[in-house]
Ligand binder design. Sequence first.
Ligand code: RP5
Length: 162
Amino acid sequence: MSTGPLVSILMGSKSDWEVMKSAPEILAKFGVSCESKVLSAHRTPKEAEAYISAAEGRGTKVIIAAAGGAAHLAGACAAHTTLPVLGVPMEGWALKGLDALLSTVQMPPGMPVGTLAIGKPGAINAALLAVQILATSDKALSQKLKDYRDENRKKILAEKLE
Ligand code: RP5
């Protein structure tokens, strides 16, 4: 029986939450179930592996993994599942997140991680991309995405400059 969320949002530290909370906010707009958890590739490796290995069996369809610095969480997730893994590099404490971006994006061939932008834009787009993945087999969700784009388009066109 599927007991898990459609999307799992993992992050290496509670300090990532301020940025990553944008992801569940977006998923909620689309009525997509999710679970947000702190699990670290380095600090809680066994628990991270156990959680990821069980994800597909729980009915989860997409994993979002965020980490900063030597950001190995998304790659470690990819190593333990064939579910799509979307990586979000956190800005962290140095190098403005370039370290996390490169750590997340430079996966070896055969082990893909879809890497988004650094920080909040990446958190938002990871959630939207997760919805887009789910929408390939869900017509109602696909329509919601089209409506969302249309709302944004109208908002931009209505913007006035001083
Ligand atoms: C990474 O180290 C985390 O994802 C976080 O972005 C960064 C700093 O973690 P804390 O020292 O704030 O817990 O693993």
